[in-house]
Structures are given as structure tokens and as C-alpha cells.
Write a new protein. Structure first.
Length: 139
């Protein structure tokens, strides 16, 4: 069973997610002023902080106010549903990325060729491609 450890006393979206995931996620609310030892144990540097743990292993950390969707995603990760995959780029976003890639690549060709600009152009263009696999950086 996973857990989510917030350091904010009350938050509507947090409370709703806690109810929705009650059978799979344990919520431990910490008051930073009243529980400084626990705050140090979790290495909390700012309030509010949400920490998703699987067992004792941290799998995600969010600091600052978060949207309801982000909070639900965090609870899903703690529950073992896995992290959300990257959202595919929209059609307009892909066109803008490809245009930017073409412009940088063209400048790179006209500048000598300038290898760093060519590489950056290709990298920007690669961000416009659809991603067939889920990617997530975990600590």
C-alpha cells in the first residue's frame, strides 16, 4: 500500500483524493510547526509539500499549491496505478515545434555548418514526434 504525506493541514482536493483512494493510500497529515522531527525526516523544505511513498521509498514530491488533477495523479502513483505518461503534443504544438526545429536547423546549416545548432534543431524536431512508450524519470 502506498502513502501520501502532505505538510498542509487542510486542502479540499487533498481531502477528496484521500477519500477516493482510502482503500489503497494512507494519508499522513503533518503540521510542520508541531512535528519538526517528522519534517526533517522527510526533508521538507517548503510548505505545502506532498510526498508520495511506496513503502518507505519516495516516488514523487510536489511543493506548492497543486491542481486537483495533479493531486489525483500523485495519489494514483502512490496507489500503484503508475505514473501518468507524457501527454501527446497537440497538432498546433507539433507544427510550432517542427517550424522552430526547421528554423534552427537552417540557421545551423547557413552558419558554417554549426554543429551545435544542427543538433539543437534535430532535438527540437524530435519533441514533435509522437511518443509510443510511457516515459517517467523517477528518483
Amino acid at each position: 500500500m502506498g502513502s501520501v504525506v502532505p505538510t498542509v493541514p487542510d486542502h479540499r482536493a487533498l481531502d477528496q483524493a484521500a477519500v477516493r483512494f482510502a482503500d489503497r493510500v494512507v494519508v499522513e497529515k503533518i503540521n510542520a510547526d508541531q512535528q519538526p522531527i517528522r519534517v526533517r525526516q522527510l526533508n521538507v523544505r517548503a510548505v505545502p509539500t506532498l510526498i508520495a511513498l511506496r513503502g518507505e521509498r519516495e516516488i514523487a514530491r510536489l511543493t506548492g499549491a497543486q491542481s486537483e488533477k495533479v493531486i489525483n495523479d500523485l495519489f494514483g502513483m502512490a496507489a500503484g496505478d503508475g505514473p501518468p505518461g507524457p501527454q501527446p503534443a497537440s497538432g498546433t504544438d507539433r507544427i510550432v515545434r517542427l517550424a522552430a526545429a526547421g528554423a534552427v536547423f537552417t540557421v545551423g546549416l547557413q552558419s558554417g555548418p554549426a554543429i551545435p545548432l544542427l543538433v539543437v534543431g534535430v532535438a527540437i524536431g524530435a519533441t514533435a514526434l509522437p511518443r509510443p512508450t510511457r516515459m517517467w524519470a523517477s528518483r
